[in-house]
Design a protein around this ligand. Structure first.
Ligand SMILES: *Cc1c(COP(=O)(O)O)cnc(C)c1O
Length: 374
């Protein structure tokens, strides 16, 4: 009883210190400073929307009063057939975010380290802290992934290494040799999580070999999502594949009915419409190349588009026009993009590849602002 009196904080539930240290994820904004809706190029969503077949399937998903299939069997079989993976080696998640968190939780905890690159996806920091592990950040190489620096950061207590490839927010990408070298440099008891949220935007000949590695190695987990090229961010569907023992662990701790009825039905139809995926891929490559070419002309004003293999471009601003001024200027013109001071990138703006008209408009606006020098 005296405890209650002597400890002024004992009159309420005490969060674990590692939980209290978490900064909540900051989602891409949808409105301007005065709350008016803006064209959203801040969350890497698909400008083509989603497959018409997926939209129709959502409408016909089935009886809402009944629990969905707890094991998402039809969806795992469809994904397995598409990628040549046994369905028993696929685990579904409420977005890949759930799976990234579960991977950290299953294999790391207090006293352990979780490693990822500087300017990595912000969920990794949350996932590491959520399970009580210590986040360790490896230095970048001109914003990109440096495999040697990543390996040098790994400690004897490192249980999980996260790498998004392509990476968000930088768009950077490392190839098959770098991924193989990273894997070869890790102890077999360290889990390598390769987050392939943007893998479908990469040219097939540039494949990083992560899925093949997940099929053969016991310590590699690959995560994928329906939020990006499939255009189903609102349905919250992700999946992971790796050794059966890894998949088994994640299955034990995921939500038992984690994929809703509409999520399963919609994603299943989306897998069946690879034409939509192909159209999205082509659209992205064409528009990204056009946009980057226009930005390249602004190099003398200090604008530098970083090489991107994803559906967005990170632009570095080192001239008179600052990233913040460009962000506010684009907002005035009706566009919300992603300015990233909270991720240590106040000099950068991330812009999702939108429609041809939007990208033309944005390139013109940046050109005008850069020429005006403010
Ligand atoms: C968008 C994104 C995801 C996907 O998250 P979901 O939870 O599947 O919507 C995962 N990793 C990275 C790097 C991303 O940018």
């Amino acid at each position: 009883m005296t405890d209650t009196i002597s400890n002024p904080f004992a009159d309420r539930p005490q969060p674990k210190p590692w939980i209290a240290a978490i900064h909540a994820y900051v989602p891409g904004k949808t409105t301007g400073l005065d709350g008016q809706p803006l064209i959203k190029l801040s969350a890497n969503e698909n400008p083509l929307g989603t497959s018409p077949q997926a939209r129709a399937a959502r409408h016909d998903a089935g009886e809402q009063a009944v629990y969905p299939d707890p094991d998402s069997v039809a969806l795992r079989h469809a994904l397995g057939a598409l990628h040549g993976i046994g369905p028993d080696r696929i685990v579904m998640g409420t977005g890949s975010d759930e799976l990234l968190n579960l991977a950290a939780q299953a294999f790391a905890g207090p006293g352990d380290d979780v490693v990822y690159v500087r300017y990595g996806f912000s969920v990794y920091d949350i996932a590491a802290r959520r399970c009580g592990a210590r986040p360790l950040v490896a230095p970048d190489s001109d914003y990109g992934t440096d495999v040697d620096a990543l390996l040098a950061t790994v400690t004897p207590a490192t249980r999980v290494v996260f790498l998004a490839n392509p990476n968000n927010p930088t768009g950077s990408y490392v190839g098959r040799d770098a991924i193989a070298r990273l894997h070869a440099g890790l102890r077999p008891d360290t889990l390598l999580v390769i987050d392939q949220a943007y893998a479908e935007y990469v040219a097939p000949e540039d494949d990083d070999g992560a899925l093949a590695l997940a099929a053969s190695a016991r310590n590699v987990l690959v995560t994928r999502t329906f939020s990006k090229i499939y255009g189903l961010a609102g349905e919250r569907v992700g999946w992971a594949t790796g050794d059966a023992a890894l998949v088994d662990m994640l299955n034990r701790i995921r939500g038992p009915f984690n994929l809703s009825l509409s999520a399963q039905a919609t994603a299943l139809a989306a897998v069946g419409d690879q034409g939509f995926v192909q159209a999205s891929y082509t659209h992205n490559r064409t528009e990204r190349a056009r946009f980057v070419a226009k930005l390249a002309a602004l190099g003398n004003h200090g604008l530098r588009p970083l090489p991107s293999e994803a559906n967005f471009v990170l632009i570095e601003f080192t001239g008179l026009l600052s990233a913040e001024a460009a962000y506010l200027g684009l907002m005035n013109r009706g566009y919300i993009t992603r300015w990233l001071p909270g991720q240590g990138l106040p000099q950068c703006l991330r812009i999702t590849i939108g429609t041809p008209e939007q990208m033309e408009d944005i390139a013109a606006a940046l050109t005008q602002m850069a020429n005006a020098g403010a």
